[in-house]
Design a protein around this ligand. Sequence first.
Ligand code: NAG
Ligand code: NAG
Ligand code: NAG
Ligand code: NAG
Ligand code: NAG
Ligand code: NAG
Length: 482
Amino acid sequence: MIKVITTFCLLALFGLSNADIQANKLFELLKLKRSINSPIPNTWVMSKETTKEYSPVYSAQQDGLAEGDKIDALPGQPAGVNFNQYSGYVTVNQTAGRALFYYFVESPTDSSTKPLVLWLNGGPGCSSMIGAMSELGPFRINSDGKTLFMNDYAWSNVANMLFLESPAGVGFSYSNTTSDYDHSGDKNTAADAYTFLVNWLERFPQYKNRDFYITGESYAGHYVPQLAYTIVSYNKITNQTIINIKGIAIGNALIDDETSLEGMYDYWWSHAINSDATHKAILKYCNFSNDSSSELCDKSTDKAWDEWGDLDLYNIYAPICLNPQRNASTTTGSINVFDPCWQYILVDYLNSSPVQKALNVKPTSWGVCSDVITWNDWETTILPIIKYLISNDQRVWVYSGDIDGRVPVTSSRYAINTLNLPIETAWRPWYLNKEVGGYLEGYKGLLLITVRGAGHTVPSYQPQRALTLFSSFLGGMLPPSS
Ligand SMILES: *[C@@H]1O[C@H](CO)[C@@H](O)[C@H](O)[C@H]1NC(C)=O
Ligand SMILES: *[C@@H]1O[C@H](CO)[C@@H](O)[C@H](O)[C@H]1NC(C)=O
Ligand SMILES: *[C@@H]1O[C@H](CO)[C@@H](O)[C@H](O)[C@H]1NC(C)=O
Ligand SMILES: *[C@@H]1O[C@H](CO)[C@@H](O)[C@H](O)[C@H]1NC(C)=O
Ligand SMILES: *[C@@H]1O[C@H](CO)[C@@H](O)[C@H](O)[C@H]1NC(C)=O
Ligand SMILES: *[C@@H]1O[C@H](CO)[C@@H](O)[C@H](O)[C@H]1NC(C)=O
């Protein structure tokens, strides 16, 4: 049932039994990624800005469909659920028979005035049900893989949360034209997600003029800014729906390949998971702004990947999943202890037929990351889009769990530094419950904010700090300085 990914996922389901597989897989992924680089950094900003003529996106009648998407109850959900949940498919291309799956959670209080927030996980090719059921959604799954418990720090406390599985071929999202899976990439992902939103807003018209934000993590450092860019630029010329977008927040996000690699190896060395000699060799032999690598550089980076051993790179201080069957486990879930076997738990739960029935989907072999899609275009840097969003008055927050070794805080800092934005709020700690929740630095148009003690999937490890950060983001205020 478990799907092993074949693409170069930043967040992947690997290692059916040991962490070696994980390291090897990642290493192959990194190399593969290098060889497919297509250096076309500015095409997004150029292409749409010069398009004066709007070509309408597919849009279909959605009347009455929301009621059919309503979830009565998810199997195993606890008592006392006081909010609405919906899920189902939205067709984005009728000719191809392509539909994207969403899960939507309304806020228990004042849902009619709270903002609408889209959440996207990364990969490329990983499911946003990760976010919904292992990070920031209203429930987490117990280690039995069957029952749910409440997440007191769900982001739906402060917003109406929409989770989208994207692109087609990921999770429950599909295409009847399976050759679509061979044409996956940044461009088609953004285009389909945009068409999804236009149609979803017809299905839920009460959200049409609502303040709208996009959030996500990891490879969604591509998806989120690219979709925001699509919306902002289409808003200027569309005769269809104007989407009231206000900003984006991206976590441990891949936004610039070159600085990301530099930041990653520096982090590995400075966090004592690499040797001095290996790090020195990387500094000496690697040039990450050059797409074609050298043999000596490859040798050094191979060594760097080897040196850290059986570690969860996505949270270098976390335990690893030693018992994926979870038959020895007597513990039930706790919001404060994140189960390292979460991927297996998620796979168990979402592949149960009553759960799929409740989610209004057809029988599907659901996987954490897709094993059917092939990625064709990958922007080497998202920084030009970030600049575009800033200059179009979008709120841009870049947050980072500071114990992630995959897209670490150093990578985010190096990337932001290349923008040379003036500093408006000097580096300072922010607080929650009298403890340092993390640090922040405010630039003109962009906030960098860290979450202390969080891995790659920030809300999984630090749910309360993550909710404070998210509420501050929506309110457009910095979290407390004392
Ligand atoms: C629908 O998808 C097919 C590929 O399956 C593509 O050729 C066609 O252009 C798409 N139609 C629209 C309106 O985007
Ligand atoms: C895909 O094909 C199935 C079976 O013909 C059909 O029921 C379904 O509506 C199609 N999906 C889309 C998005 O058109
Ligand atoms: C929107 O503009 C397109 C292209 O100019 C046109 O074909 C279409 O009919 C317009 N739709 C509406 C609803 O005005
Ligand atoms: C790294 O590569 C880039 C081009 O890919 C080149 O312009 C630059 O000079 C190189 N840097 C060093 C230190 O060799
Ligand atoms: C990039 O690296 C390759 C392999 O080391 C080298 O042959 C080439 O000259 C470099 N290009 C630049 C512009 O530095
Ligand atoms: C758990 O399952 C594994 C593999 O099936 C088995 O080797 C082990 O003995 C089981 N442990 C318990 C406590 O049942």
